[in-house]
Every structure is written in C-alpha cells, then in structure tokens.
Design a protein around this ligand. Structure first.
Ligand code: G3H
Ligand code: 13P
Ligand code: ZN
Length: 355
C-alpha cells in the first residue's frame, strides 16, 4: 500500500466515524424529543374546526418567534376565552431554535391553566415545505402541520400532501394543505402575482390527499403590502365568489385564510412617527374578515399585525426614553399592546367566549 493511500484511507475512515457519530447523536436527540401533542396538553384541529363551522366564527392562528409574542397570545386568548392555534414557521424554528420552541409551548399551556383557563390550544407548523420538515414537527409534538405544495403542479402537490397526511394520521396529527398561491412571500416561495384557487380542483385535492383543512387563495397575501394601491384608492374586495364556490363543492369542510392581517393603520402611524418608513402599506379590511368568518373559513392566520404592534411600541418607547437600555422596559409595553391587539382580533373573528 502506498503511504499516501494509507493516510488517505485513514482520514476517510476517521471522517466516516465522525459522520456516523453525528448522525447517531441526532437520532438519539430526535428520539429523546419525540412526543405526542397530547402529552404537551395540546389538541389537534378536528373539534376546533367542527365547532367553528357550526358557530360561524374562525379560530385565530397566531405566529410567534419569541417569548413575548407567545405570552401575549396566551394571555389574550385565556382572558377572552378563545381557542387558539399557535403557529411556528420554518423561519421561526431556525430563528428561535426548534428545541427551545418545543419546550416553550407546554410552558404556555401551563400558564393558561394557571390563569384558570381551559382553552383548547393547538400547535401548527406554518407553511411546511417538505415531508421531512412536516415529519419532524409531527414527531416533536405539533398537533397540526401545514404542508404547502401550492407552488407545485397539482399532481405533485397531491403526492406530497398525501405522504404527509399518511404519516401524520398515525399520530392523530391533523394536516392543512394549500391550493392556489398567494402573492408576496410565502416562506421561501415568492410569487409576483396571485394565482387564485381553482374551485374545480378542490374536491379532487381533498379526496385524494385526505387533508383536514384547505388553505385557499382569494386575493389576500402575506406581509404589510398586500395590495398595490395609491393613497386614497380603495382596496379591491376579496374574491368571495371563489370562496363560495369552494364551499359549495366542499360543504362543511374547513377552509383556511392566510395573509389575513389588516395592517392596522394606528401602528403604521406610530412606526412612521418614530423613525420608521413604511409607505403604501395595505391590509385586509376588517369588514371583509368579518364576512369571511361567517363562511367555512374557520382558521385565520395573523402574523404581520403582531410584528407591526411590536415594532411600533418598541420604536415609540426607545424614541421617548433614549436613556433606557433594559429590554424589559421596552418589551413589556410591547407585550401589553400585543395582548390588547390579539383580544381585539379574537373579537373580530368571533372566537372570544367560544373555548
Ligand atoms: O407565511 C408567512 C408567515 O408570516 C411566517 O413568516 O417565514 O417570516 O416566519 P416567516
Ligand atoms: P399576514 O402576513 O397577513 O399576517 O399572514 C400571516 C400568514 O398567513 C401566516 O401563514
Ligand atoms: Zn401564510
């Protein structure tokens, strides 16, 4: 054997060993983290949605990335007795650390119980983009996962979604699919224009995949710039005709509305007053949300409004108190304002008092 070969093969086998060790560690970690959502005090969305459809309201699905957002959501929903879906995106998992988030959620459930509240709490993966990610969330104790194959051709979307449903079913985790693409950024998929859901596809999609709920695209989009309108121009109405046709084809089937923040003007004004620069923002008018929740829409996703409240209150506090440097001083009031906003949202969706 040539010396160089020996050195090389030794190096390779050493690398293989360390690879194996790393893989071994991650398997051990995954096994250690594996838990059923029921052990975390969570519920899946089955009953939540059945009640919401019957009652003509929608369950709020609020995104969170940090402790203050989670506290505000839980305190708001416990206080107004609303069921709630906590949402974690792939980005949130990367930002806050998936293990930490996984341990924060049962903590939040416990806080609600300490407040004397028995509200049902679900945990959803928002915009899952692969089978592996969805599987990992099912294993980590999520009670609902969204698999977003909306950018794929119909048959590939069906295939991916069905695979997730088959895995999730074994653990009683419910699954949300999506048909139609919202304009703006959906996780790492961005689209310049809206591709409205084609109602003629919804029955086949639901039957073939076995999903428990379906996100549709009727003109909403993610973020704070939902409609390209100049100041003074009115916001185009959502495509209620598409929603009605989906509902006609799928009676009593849970529909999900993404991109449903109203982009509250009050907070945009505070942001701009205290050094921000957010121009030509536009959200979904509250009357349209009110109208939507009377239909089969039983899950409404809100992320941006929470981000705006937090940013506005932090900007204001720091501008008015330039000497302060304790994060609790500015995160505290931001959390309070967030809580108030979430309570108002629950009232808008009609979920308050429905737990
Ligand atoms: O649908 C997008 C959600 O608002 C999550 O956003 O990917 O920035 O966490 P993110
Ligand atoms: P917003 O950006 O309108 O809050 O939408 C959030 C969302 O759909 C998360 O999936
Ligand atoms: Zn979304």
């Amino acid at each position: 054997m040539a010396p160089s070969e020996g050195v090389l093969s030794g190096k390779i086998s050493h690398e293989k060993d360390s690879c194996k060790k790393r893989r071994g560690r991650s398997v051990v970690k995954e096994e250690k983290m594996a838990v059923s959502f029921k052990e975390l005090g969570l519920v899946n969305t089955k009953e939540l949605f059945a009640k919401a459809i019957k009652g003509g309201y929608a369950v709020p699905a609020y995104n969170f990335n940090n402790m203050e957002q989670l506290q505000a959501i839980i305190m708001a929903c416990a206080e107004c007795n609303s069921p709630v879906i906590l949402q974690i995106s792939k980005g949130a998992r990367q930002y806050a650390n998936q293990t930490l988030l996984r341990y924060m959620v049962p903590g939040a459930v416990e806080v609600a119980r300490e407040m004397g509240s028995n509200i049902p709490i679900a945990l959803n993966l928002d915009h899952g983009d692969s089978f592996e990610l969805a599987k990992s969330c099912v294993d980590y104790g999520f009670s609902n996962v969204m698999i977003d194959g909306s950018h794929l051709p119909f048959n590939e979307n069906v295939e991916l979604t069905k695979k997730v449903v088959e895995y999730a079913r074994q653990k009683e985790v419910t699954v949300e699919g999506e048909l139609g693409v919202l304009a703006g950024i959906e996780e790492h998929v961005s689209s310049e224009v809206t591709h409205y859901t084609r109602p003629e596809e919804v029955e086949a999609f639901v039957t073939k995949t076995g999903v428990d709920s379906l996100a549709i695209s009727i003109g909403t989009s993610h973020g704070a710039y939902k409609f390209k309108v100049k100041p003074g121009e009115s916001i185009p109405p959502l495509r209620f005709d598409i929603l009605e046709e989906c509902q006609r084809r799928l009676p009593d089937f849970p529909i999900v509305l993404h991109g449903a923040s109203s982009v509250l003007v009050k907070y945009i004004e505070i942001i701009n007053k205290y050094g921000g620069k957010m121009e030509n923002t536009a959200g979904v008018p509250e009357e349209q949300i009110k109208k939507a929740v009377k239909t089969n829409v039983c899950k409404v996703n809100i992320d941006s409004d929470g981000r705006l409240v937090m940013t506005a209150m932090i900007r204001k506090f720091l501008a008015e108190n330039p000497q302060e440097f304790d994060p609790r001083k500015y995160l505290g009031p931001a959390r309070e304002a967030l809580k108030e906003m979430y309570i108002n949202k629950c009232r808008l969706l009609g979920s308050d008092g429905k737990a």
